[in-house]
Design a protein. Structure first.
Length: 414
């Protein structure tokens, strides 16, 4: 029904309030509601933009796998195979989002979530954070230890998406293109002998629907959960989930499959120090993860398995000095801001790396060691007048003694 205002009645658009004399068309709806041609065009543009945002990602602006890997090289030392695999995986994931789907298309590319396996401090969390930074997408980290099956004390699995929504500044469309990293995923493995495992199989079952892709009602960050009106639906079908864990003991499961039981006097017995656990983990198969406590449905939703190498002494020294955000560079910058020059002897760096290996903390433990060494120096330097030089020696690290300061003899540039 079209209204042209040919009688004395003045009809107005219910949306922009313009009278029929100022528009070309005024279309009547039920209960005296009208909409003009201008508002129809505006609504059409909004719907077109929403459809474009939801279904299309500009593939031309998407960094290629080589470019992604080269950027990772600036922040992550070693792990070359892992970086290549992850570069290809995230590229394919976001290329999939850029696929222009048509009704005639008979090929639907499914989402491939990622499982990262490696020792503590090998760079799993850092590489996930860096990937999100490279792709400029929202990123959230969740600790699997905090998750519980619905109805128990703890965080529900739906709360995994709350942090992602916060990272996206409550922009649902951006959140639906983000990356979620679930750490310590091995801690929710099914515990043998337990009939009711609130931190194991139940959590795995609850995570299945969001890993595969479903619409989840997520509380708006900052709102009270009791207020049911303050929730937003998030579709997880395009969210990339990366799960990571150390999986201690998985190497023994793999060895049982690959080497079989070795008994008798002729059996070769290796100590833990002689075993190359990283090499063993590279042979992991989905069946090994099932024996380690993950359920088949959960493993099936993590088709891409990436293994990380344990970091040796040389790799840890490189981590201390080479990346853009290397710890030594950070401390040198902090000291420079107070007019001091910081120098680390090579032998001191090697001892720091060796201590991190002994602690079995990997790269994660380097900062705490450096904080202990630098504590007294950084306490004294701001109060010292004039330029100073601090050299960290092998003896300083070995005997846990405060490094000495000396006056900087360099002549300032005129």
């Amino acid at each position: 029904m079209l209204k042209f205002g040919r009688d004395d009645t003045i009809y107005k658009c219910s949306f922009c309030s313009k009278p029929d004399t100022q528009v070309n068309r005024l279309i009547a709806g039920p209960n005296g509601v009208y909409i003009c041609d201008n508002c129809i065009k505006l609504c059409s543009e909004i719907l077109d933009n929403d459809e474009k945002d939801e279904s299309f990602v500009d593939a031309e602006k998407l960094p290629k796998p080589k470019s992604i890997c080269e950027t990772l090289d600036q922040y992550i030392i070693g792990q070359d195979e892992a970086k290549k695999t992850l570069s290809v995986a995230v590229y394919n994931h976001y290329k999939r989002l850029g696929q222009k789907t048509t009704k005639k298309s008979d090929v639907e590319i499914q989402k491939s979530n990622i499982l990262m396996i490696g020792p503590t401090g090998s760079g799993k969390t850092l590489i996930a954070q860096t990937l999100a930074k490279i792709l400029n997408v929202p990123f959230a980290i969740v600790d699997a230890n905090s998750l519980t099956e619905a109805g128990y004390v703890g965080e529900d699995v739906e709360d995994v998406l709350v942090s992602l929504l916060q990272s996206a500044n409550n922009d649902v469309i951006r959140a639906e293109r983000g990356i979620v990293y679930i750490d310590e995923i091995d801690k929710i493995a099914r515990k043998p002998g337990m009939t009711r495992d609130i931190s194991g199989e139940g959590v795995q079952q609850a995570l299945l629907k969001i890993l595969e892709g479903s619409v989840v009602n997520v509380p708006v960050p900052g709102s009270h959960r009791q207020q049911l009106s303050e929730v937003v639906p998030i579709n997880t079908k395009n969210i990339l989930f990366i799960c990571g864990g150390a999986f201690n003991g998985l190497d023994k499961v793999i060895e049982e499959r690959t080497k079989g039981g070795q008994l008798g006097f002729g059996a070769k017995v290796e100590s833990d120090s002689e075993k190359d656990i990283s090499k063993t983990l590279k042979e992991v198969l989905p069946d090994d993860l099932l024996k380690d406590g993950l359920i088949p449905e959960f493993v099936g939703r993590l088709p891409i398995i990436v293994t990380f190498d344990a970091l040796d002494e040389n790799a840890l020294v490189d981590i201390l000095t080479k990346p853009k955000n290397a710890l030594v560079k950070q401390y040198q910058k902090l000291m420079e801001m107070d007019g001091a020059k910081l120098v680390f002897e090579d032998d001191a760096l090697k001892l720091i790396a060796r201590e991190a290996i002994q602690r079995k903390t990997g790269a994660r433990g380097l900062r705490s060691i450096l904080e202990r060494i630098m504590r007294n120096v950084m306490f004294e330097v701001p109060s010292v007048s004039g330029k100073t030089v601090c050299t960290i020696t092998k003896e300083d690290v070995l005997h846990n003694r405060p490094p000495k300061l000396r006056a900087d003899s360099r002549k300032s540039a005129s």
